[in-house]
Design a protein around this ligand. Structure first.
Ligand code: GAL
Length: 657
């Protein structure tokens, strides 16, 4: 698992600056509009646009027909305006002539139904026919634009796996079998890894293995896990194939694709993808609700750490409302800039939106853009232009790395996938929410934390929080134990350390892989029904989960016990001292308020304190890049920063350090 070291950033000459722009879809507009687009982009301070993401049908109108004239003109106009192009490979959505001629490129769902064209991204990642046509298009584009002065980066596909992550077709079945053969070597090993003696599933021939299509009862969970791993891999293979063409024809141009590090999107293991891109790029849309702002920060933070702490590219977010939530709320004054600058605070060196000009037609016509239906005489365009000026003024931030925090929250895609599978003690468990709750609690206390992939170098942090670290192979258990032995402080929660990499339970009592390290033993889980909560004797409240915790090591102290519920009188939160380190366990869901009560008792022994003065803790978020501190208002009110002035509601102050 490789974490990007930001091998290459945009290809461009000149001084460091923060890039600013959007997806640009000129094919949706008459060509008379294009020069005006470039003029308005310049007025807004735009420096880069992503072009051609959904242009395949226009670039290749038929099997042997190509039309690049319009794109030539667009790229020339952009270059004339001093605007760079993040040029798409245009393979995200194949044209109707291709899907009609080759219906075998279409995705097949779990029930065996064809996923028809009519939307977008309906191609199957393992189709050799799709691959051939896609690579041909990439070759044509790369050959034609290799020397174009506007070309700054390649944008491969779009949001891999957004709509086509899981394909159950025959192509998928064949490639899945190859992948399994490579992973396990023999059927004996696969049968053991999948536990196929359960329910008479033992395979005697590779051809008997199929993707986890709709079945009569629960599907083998190890098969589900491997199919998820495989589906992620299959898309990465397609990305790599396009990248190989680009690297050959345009070796100096960096290649990327846009991730979706967001709460609802758990399909791709971005820690694995981060090693495949020349710079990390992410799309983020706000999830409405009380933790909306914290979640934005959490995603930006994780993205920054996927990028190895180095600058990354915010490829898409929204200027105002999206169009795909049940009710799509417009952003309040100041939010556009605050959201953008929060990403910058966490290492983004580019702030881009979906999209430049709001569409008149199509499924996204009510999605906001930089230039809305109302035109340039609008609050959104004024906010966009103001942000352009602000980003230009912040040019000194460009290129600077994130400054690591003392606290890390471990994030693990495999634990996310497995902990939320069915047939578990509860189907109410939410991996991402638990991790976000710890992050919110730390923000409430004014303590900076890094959200880091479990495969990264987290040993440098003093306190490592591993919420629902469900999948713990033995090498990870060893790594966690070595960290604590060396004086590190670890905190983990309910349903952690339960299974190995094959989703086999560690035996002898929970939390198997971490039992000795934590100095506890659990014989049975105690999930809680909806609406039921338990009181702890530190006056916090637990929901969702409890455990019947037995303390097995004299060095394990009870930090809090259950006052009510089935576990009343027993330990709820424990900590085992190991030399100058410790390993703590939280057996229930405390939510941000409860975690904020608990955290000081975990932070203090780790020697971690807030870097903010007491009056600012919880009211502002602090994020630090080399050379600058970012103070982000978390309240709806102005906040007095003392010598640093007044921070308006939704305001972000960027202060040299
Ligand atoms: C993204 C996608 C864009 C646009 C946007 C709308 O997922 O990459 O093309 O659809 O969402 O929010």
């Amino acid at each position: 698992m490789g974490i990007a070291e930001n091998r290459r950033w945009l290809r461009r000459a000149g001084e460091a600056r923060l890039e600013y722009g959007a997806d640009y879809n000129p094919e949706q507009w008459p060509r008379e509009v294009w020069p005006d687009d470039v003029r308005a982009m310049r007025a807004a301070g735009v420096t880069i646009v992503s072009v051609g993401i959904f242009s395949w049908a226009r670039l290749q109108p038929g099997p042997e027909q190509w039309d690049f004239a319009w794109l030539d003109e667009v790229l020339d106009l952009l270059h004339g305006g001093g605007i760079l192009a993040d040029l798409a490979t245009a393979t995200a959505s194949p044209p109707p002539w291709l899907t009609t001629a080759y219906p075998e490129i279409l995705l097949v769902d779990q029930h065996g139904n064809t996923v028809w064209p009519g939307g977008r991204q309906y191609w199957r990642p393992t189709s050799p026919v799709f691959r051939e046509h896609a690579l041909r298009l990439v070759r044509e584009l790369a050959t034609r634009y290799a020397g174009h002065p506007a070309l700054a980066a390649w944008h491969v596909g779009n949001e891999f796996g957004a709509h086509n992550c899981h394909d159950y077709s025959e192509d998928a079945a064949t490639t899945f079998r190859h992948w399994l053969r490579h992973r396990y070597g023999t059927l004996t090993v696969l049968n053991r890894a999948w536990g196929t003696d359960f329910w008479s599933q033992r395979y005697t021939d590779w051809g008997q293995i199929i993707p986890p299509r709709q079945a009569a009862a629960q599907i083998n969970p190890a098969c589900l896990l491997d199919f998820q791993r495989f589906s992620d891999y299959a898309l990465r293979e397609h990305y790599r194939a396009e990248r190989a063409v680009l690297r050959k024809l345009t070796p100096a141009i960096p290649v990327t694709t846009n991730f979706m590090v967001m709460p609802g999107v758990k399909r791709m293991d971005y820690a694995a993808w981060a090693g495949e891109v020349d710079f990390v790029a992410n799309d983020h849309y706000v999830t409405p609700g009380p933790q909306a702002r914290d979640e934005l920060s959490f995603s930006a933070n994780l993205t920054g750490n996927l990028a190895g702490g180095q600058p990354w590219f915010l490829m898409e977010h929204s200027t105002s409302a999206v169009n795909w939530q049940p009710v799509n709320l417009a952003k309040q004054p100041g939010e556009l800039a605050r959201d953008s600058l929060t990403h910058v605070a966490h290492g983004a060196d580019a702030v881009c939106f979906f999209q430049w000009r709001q569409s008149r037609a199509g499924a996204e016509k009510y999605h906001s853009a930089m230039l809305p239906h109302a035109g340039e005489q609008s609050a959104v365009f004024r906010a966009v232009t103001d942000l352009g000026k602000r980003l230009a003024a912040l040019h000194e931030v460009a290129g600077t790395a994130r400054v690591p925090a003392d606290v890390a929250i471990l994030f693990d895609w495999e634990s996310w996938w497995v902990a939320e599978q069915d047939s578990h003690p509860t189907d109410r468990l939410r991996y991402h929410q638990e991790a976000l709750d710890w992050y919110s609690a730390l923000l409430d206390l004014g303590v900076r934390a890094d959200v880091v992939p479990v495969g990264s170098n987290w040993e440098r942090h003093r306190l490592v929080i591993a919420p629902i670290l469900h999948v713990v192979p033995d090498y990870l258990a060893d790594r966690l134990a070595a960290f604590v032995d060396a004086g590190g402080h670890l905190v983990t929660t309910y349903f952690s350390g339960i299974v190995d990499q094959n989703d086999h339970v560690w035996l002898g009592g929970y939390p198997g892989a971490l039992r000795e390290l934590l100095g506890i033993r659990i014989e049975e889980f105690g999930p809680l029904p909806d609406g039921v909560s338990v009181a702890l004797d530190d006056d916090t409240t637990g929901t969702l989960w409890t455990d019947h915790v037995e303390v097995t090591d004299p060095a394990t102290e009870i930090l809090a016990g259950y006052r009510t519920g089935d576990q009343a009188g027993r330990a709820a939160i424990t900590r085992r001292a190991v030399g100058s380190g410790s390993a703590a366990y939280v057996s229930t869901r405390l939510a941000p308020a409860g975690l904020a009560t608990l955290l000081p008792r975990l932070l203090e022994p780790a020697g971690v304190a807030s870097e903010l003065p007491p009056e600012l803790r919880g009211r502002v978020e602090l994020a630090v890049r080399d050379g600058h501190r970012f103070l982000i208002n978390r309240t709806g009110e102005p906040v007095d920063l003392g010598v640093d002035g007044l921070l308006p509601a939704n305001g972000v102050a960027v202060i040299p350090r």
